[in-house]
Ligand binder design. Structure first.
Ligand SMILES: [Zn+2]
Length: 355
């Protein structure tokens, strides 16, 4: 992505200006970041701290851009935007790895104690949660470093001196935030159009048709993969355990993100997932005709999923999912189309194809 920065190139204290590479990495991360990182909460957090300079918060994208502006200035204060900043780890006797500040935002491993979601982030990335792994990961894995700090400062303003003592505040720039917002708006729009129109799925997902009305077994073997949700899935019709959702590899990563986001919104709570009906699997890849039609259903390309068919029946004008924003938002954030909005609603159905 080709971006030219003006307002974001303003000086921060005596640290100079942030490199373009850093600004680009911030935006690249934000375009695909989980929305819960920026949502309202009831804590005294980074948003409480900077609302005078950059608020009041008028939209989700405004909040997202304000986070980037806070990180731009914080990165200057903490390390002059040096990804590798931190102490030398070759002499373990002179450091406590858990308190050692590391990387561009100078977070230390003991900050993982603020919330399980912080150590989970490292666990998901590396399979470990020890301090040494935190230090090396936060220096080398830039999206991790950004996401970790963004999440941490939603829990506390006390971990970073420049936030705690409001040293960053005089250097926050509303015009820089608006510049971030412009890039985010432009690029999240292009993100929504990443899926093909449903009349053009053959060229995007390939041709699933075999001979004599049968599915193409070779296409299926090459393209259909299994995505396992973070919770136990059962069939919606007889509640038998399901090991995963069969889906096209082109939209599998996206579905994984959606399910992960729903899991986070539930507070990692299976009983909440069951209240929502997201444990009730009602279909993924399935080579078949459209209901009452002669055309193939989107399920035939493996780019559609169905959940909780009983409470979101075909034709029901007030499907249950209509009252569950955490689920609707998770799919919408990834650009999936919900069938509940259609003239003949199909509330159980989402597809990675536009109509
Ligand atoms: Zn469906």
């Amino acid at each position: 992505m080709d971006r030219t920065f003006f307002a974001c190139k303003q000086e921060v204290f005596n640290r100079g200006v942030s490199p373009d590479a850093f600004l680009n990495e911030l935006i690249d991360w934000a375009v695909n970041a989980h929305s819960e990182i920026f949502e309202r909460n009831n804590r005294i957090d980074i948003y409480s701290r900077i609302v005078t300079e950059l608020g009041p918060w008028e939209s989700f994208i405004h909040r997202k851009a304000a986070m980037l502006e806070a990180l731009r200035v914080l990165g200057g204060f903490e390390s002059s935007w040096d990804w590798e900043a931190g102490k030398d780890t070759t002499n373990p006797d002179s450091n406590t790895p858990s308190t050692e500040e590391a990387g561009i935002f100078q977070c230390s491993a003991n900050s993982m104690n603020f919330d399980d979601s912080l150590s989970d982030l490292l666990l998901k990335e590396t399979g470990r949660t020890d301090s040494e792994t935190f230090i090396t990961t936060t220096k080398s894995n830039h999206p991790f470093a950004i996401e970790y700090c963004a999440r941490l400062i939603r829990f506390t303003v006390n971990h970073h001196g420049p936030i705690k003592h409001k040293h960053i505040n005089p250097w926050l720039r509303r015009d820089a935030m608006l510049e971030f917002m412009g890039f985010l708006e432009r690029e999240s729009k292009s993100d929504e159009s990443r899926w093909p129109h449903q009349d053009e799925v053959d060229s995007f997902y390939g041709n699933p048709r075999g001979l004599d009305g049968e599915p193409n077994a070779e296409w299926e073997k090459d393209n259909i993969v299994k995505v396992k949700p973070p919770w136990q899935l059962v069939t919606a019709w007889d509640f038998q355990p399901v090991s995963g959702i069969r889906i096209h590899r082109e939209c599998a990563e996206s579905l994984k993100k959606i399910l992960e986001q729903i899991w986070v919104s539930s507070g990692h709570d299976e009983s909440r997932i069951r209240e929502w009906g997201m444990h009730l699997y009602a279909g993924g890849y399935n080579y078949r005709l459209m209901r009452g039609g002669t055309r193939l259903s989107m399920h035939s390309w493996g780019c559609a999923v169905d959940f909780d068919s009983a409470r979101n029946a075909f034709g029901d004008h007030s499907p249950n999912f209509g009252s569950i924003p955490s689920v609707l938002d998770a799919f919408a954030d990834e650009g999936w189309t919900w069938g509940g909005d259609w003239r003949t609603p199909d509330g159980m159905h989402w597809q990675a194809a536009t109509v």
